[in-house]
Design a binder for this molecule. Structure first.
Ligand code: HSE
Length: 442
């Protein structure tokens, strides 16, 4: 039986999961692939720590170069992460004719276009199922299951740490800082949580999916990003009263020949399927012209769920090798010649519903001053709520708008923030309604 040799770079959490599956599910994999998937090397700077599995003797090395240069290696699995050494090793492995499997969304979002080009020149596959949504088959779904569809929109919860934090604030009324501390204690959030809570990890993922969906290169800089660190229990409570939940959503749409891609805290109706996704799991809805809406749900991170996605790539490549082929499925879903530039909708042109919260003095005329400014910019208010009564102090005044243009909203909020009767800058949270929005205001 044919042996397919695999070199694993990085023996951290996911790397360990990959090794575990290759070792413990060896028979199952052989039965399904029709070849032996042989874990020939595991390279890591730390070859001493006990990871709870015992790789066969002679497999562990701290020389990553040895792995990417070994002529017997067919597939290199990059589980190091980051954009430094990981990129150099992938490049070297591609140059040496190895197929690559990676979960490294930051690397692909920043340097994917170039890496895919290099892989194409060398005739090897660069597979990345685990880079978006852990075990959820997002890449496979976009590239294979929905291949006959025009993708219209994607809306996803793609960061488990943020979803855990927002779920905690909603369920327990604790602050962002308290929820983040719990996420860190449980090992969900990194010591430096910026990548997660700043929305950047989600942006990496939606940048990749946006490219696949509409046939463009990966353009991270075109993704608008806002994180969750300003979300308060008060806004979550108001959201509940209006029948909404707040989620960090990745939203990507193709409308009127323009693409919009944005990541920000979003109010969604509590009856929306994504509103019920709690804790560290991920979910994404994809709207496609023939299939309609589909929902994927699953663990977006963690040792074994992510390893499961990595193994699906390994098996795809192994099957290609066995049938003497490679690059059967284009990396970005479209043939390279058909990848085009599509205009991006600037955030200022976005038209959506908004939630505003002002801290306003509870004086006669204050509300009409605020609404006057909002009216001046052509923004139509759907409802107004004032909570509590505090003479000479600030009270929260909440307004929900009809569909309005982001540029007008920004101008109105600038004027309102400058008023003496308003303390603190206004809070703005965009609302995504169930019915797909058409591009008209009011
Ligand atoms: N840190 C991410 C999360 C997983 O919390 O979902 C890796 O992208």
């Amino acid at each position: 039986m044919r042996i397919i040799n695999i070199g694993l770079l990085g023996f951290g959490t996911v790397g360990t999961g990959v090794a575990k599956l290759l070792i413990e599910n060896k028979e199952l994999l052989t039965a399904r692939v029709g070849a032996h998937l042989n874990l020939k090397w595991i390279a890591d700077i730390d070859t001493k720590t006990d990871r709870g599995i015992r790789p066969p003797d002679g497999v562990l090395t701290n020389d990553a170069d040895r792995v990417v240069c070994d002529p017997e290696i067919d597939i290199v699995i990059e589980m190091i992460g980051g954009e430094g050494i990981a990129k150099d090793l992938i490049k070297k492995a591609i140059e040496n004719g190895k197929h690559i499997v990676t979960a490294n969304k930051a690397l692909l979002a920043g340097h994917g276009n170039k890496l895919f080009e290099t892989a194409a020149q060398k005739g090897v596959d660069l597979a990345f199922e685990a880079s978006v949504g852990g075990c959820m088959p997002t890449i496979k779904t976009m590239r294979e299951s929905l291949v006959a569809n025009q993708i219209k929109a994607m809306t996803g919860i793609l960061n488990g740490t943020c979803n855990y934090i927002l779920s905690k604030i909603a369920d327990e009324g604790i602050t962002f800082q308290e929820a983040l501390a719990e996420a860190q204690k449980k090992g969900y959030a990194e010591a430096d949580p910026t990548l997660d809570v700043g929305g950047f990890d989600t942006a990496h993922k939606i940048a990749i999916l946006t490219a696949l969906a509409y046939g463009m290169e990966i353009n991270l800089k075109d993704v608008y990003v806002e994180g969750i660190s300003e979300i308060t229990p008060l806004d979550i409570e108001f959201a509940k009263q209006f029948g909404y939940r707040i989620k960090l959503l990745a939203i990507s749409k193709f409308e009127n020949n323009r693409v919009e891609a944005r990541v920000h805290p979003t109010m969604i109706p509590s009856g929306n399927l994504l509103a019920s996704i709690k804790g560290t799991v991920n979910a994404i809805t994809v709207s496609a012209d023939a299939a309609g809406d589909i929902l994927l749900y699953g663990h977006g991170a963690g040792m074994m769920p992510t390893a499961s996605a990595v193994l699906s790539d390994i098996v795809d490549i192994a099957r290609n090798i066995l049938s003497g082929t490679a690059r059967r499925i284009p990396a970005l879903s479209y043939q390279r010649d058909n990848i085009r530039k599509i205009p991006i909708l600037p955030m200022d042109d976005l038209i959506t519903h908004y939630y505003f919260r002002f801290s306003a003095l509870d004086h006669p005329g204050v509300l009409s001053t605020i609404s006057g400014i909002i009216g001046k910019y052509g923004i139509s208010i759907q409802s107004v709520h004032q909570k509590g009564r505090k003479m000479n102090g600030a009270v929260p005044v909440v307004m929900l708008s009809h569909r309005a243009k982001e540029a007008d909203v920004k101008r109105a909020l600038n004027d309102i923030n400058a008023l003496d009767v308003v303390s603190n800058d206004a809070v703005l949270i965009r609302i995504e309604n169930e019915k797909r929005d058409s591009n008209t205001q009011g």
